[in-house]
Ligand binder design. Structure first.
Ligand SMILES: Nc1ncnc2c1ncn2[C@@H]1O[C@H](COP(=O)(O)OP(=O)(O)OP(=O)(O)O)[C@@H](O)[C@H]1O
Length: 371
């Protein structure tokens, strides 16, 4: 089993509060990703779970048992580091067996576990090689194998793919997802790469300034972000934002005035706002609609079109607004630089954030996504 509960967890370094009020339950077999901007406390939280950092406040339990004071090697938790940390003078098989030897595991059992892990990680052919004769991806797989043989209840991964090139990262991401599907072990994974978070996680824990900003399924965070900060972190390209003024706040629709002077009725519960409040409209790059279906049409000038084959990202500038907007268009388009484009807005496809940055609850249903 591997059910982890964190209650009121906090961490200070030299009297400075780094993490606080972390309340989180991770169910047995779940794949949870900690994500957030640099310095938000992801690694610190992971290291507290591993036992590599003291916990200043709160209680941490594994399967109902308090583990705050239990040293790392006695916790049923294994960690895979970003730096691999392999022993250069040992073969792959010896690297993988090392921890078990220290724990005086029976030789035949070590052999069985190493063979099994090697088979799962496609390392069987490489067992006699030394780390220097392996590629980056192979070394990372050995590092995972070394944790795998210990059969921990909880696996921790600290940015395991950040030293790999882009193609290999995709490859390893798929392998880690497959490993989780086969093992069904609890896995906690730290990354600042939101694509890794979106694709691997059952649930994402988004941290900001040492606190949990939002926890939820990846698509729930994408479609129903609770704050502007979450909306801006999740999704690539980043969500478009425009400064707007609240005109008529309502429970189903909230009317706002755009920089162009047009009024848009956004499908959100804006009851907590007041007319005249400054707010932020959010529109994802794929949420602009065709001009004939739009409630409001904005004239924009095309700055750059990034033609990626399967889609085109059009970077646009609106008259009188400093920000550039990005529109996602399917397939190849015949856009010319500097051409004028009509951007369509529909209230159902937009987000609205109040002056404090908190989202107004969207009054829309997205099939298959709960919020
Ligand atoms: N040993 C330490 N002593 C003092 N401050 C520390 C220590 N370790 C981390 N910090 C601080 O704690 C904060 C959180 O660091 P942490 O490494 O957990 O962030 P992170 O979200 O993992 O960042 P990154 O994505 O850059 O790795 C940072 O402000 C960092 O400077």
């Amino acid at each position: 089993m591997g059910r982890l509960t964190l209650a009121g967890i906090g961490k200070d370094y030299d009297g400075v509060e780094i993490s606080r009020d972390i309340d989180l339950t991770i169910e047995d077999g779940e794949f949870v990703v900690f994500v957030g901007p640099s310095g938000c406390g992801k690694s610190t939280l992971l290291r507290m779970i591993a036992g590599l950092e003291d916990i200043t406040r709160g209680e941490m339990c594994l399967d109902g048992e308090r583990i705050n004071e239990i040293p790392p090697q006695e916790r049923d938790i294994g960690m895979v580091f970003q730096s691999y940390a392999l022993y250069p003078h040992m073969s792959v098989a010896e690297n993988m067996a090392f921890g078990l030897k220290l724990a005086r595991t029976d030789k035949a059992e070590i052999r069985r576990r190493v063979d099994h892990a090697a088979e799962m990680l496609h390392l069987t052919e490489l067992l006699e090689r030394r780390p220097k004769d392996l590629s980056g991806g192979q070394r990372q797989r050995v590092a995972i194998g070394r944790t795998l043989v210990k059969q921990p209840a909880v696996f921790l991964f600290d940015e395991p793919l950040s030293n790999l090139d882009a193609a290999l990262r995709v490859d390893m991401r798929v392998q880690i997802a497959e490993l989780h599907r086969r093992l069904r072990a609890t896995m906690i994974y730290v990354t600042h790469d939101q694509v890794e978070a979106m694709t691997l996680a059952d649930r994402i824990v988004l941290l900001a300034r040492g606190r949990i900003a939002q926890v939820g399924a990846p698509l729930s965070l994408y479609h129903f972000p609770r704050t502007l900060e979450v909306a801006e972190f999740i999704g690539s390209p980043r969500i478009n934002t425009l400064p707007v003024t609240v005109v008529d706040p309502g429970r189903q629709r909230t009317a706002v005035r755009l920089p162009s002077g047009d009024t848009l009725a956004v499908a959100v519960d804006g009851a907590r706002l007041r007319a005249g409040d400054d707010a932020t409209l959010g529109v994802r790059a794929e949420d602009f609609v065709a001009p004939d279906q739009a409630e409001v049409r904005l004239a924009a000038r095309l700055m750059v079109a990034e033609k990626l084959g399967y889609e085109t990202l059009a970077h646009l500038r609106l008259d009188g607004v400093a920000a550039t907007l990005t529109q996602r268009l399917e397939g190849l388009t015949h856009l010319e630089d500097d051409q004028t484009v009509e951007l369509g807005l529909a209230g159902e496809r937009c987000h609205l954030f109040g002056p404090d940055g908190d989202a107004c609850p969207r009054q829309v249903q997205i099939p298959g996504v709960t919020h």
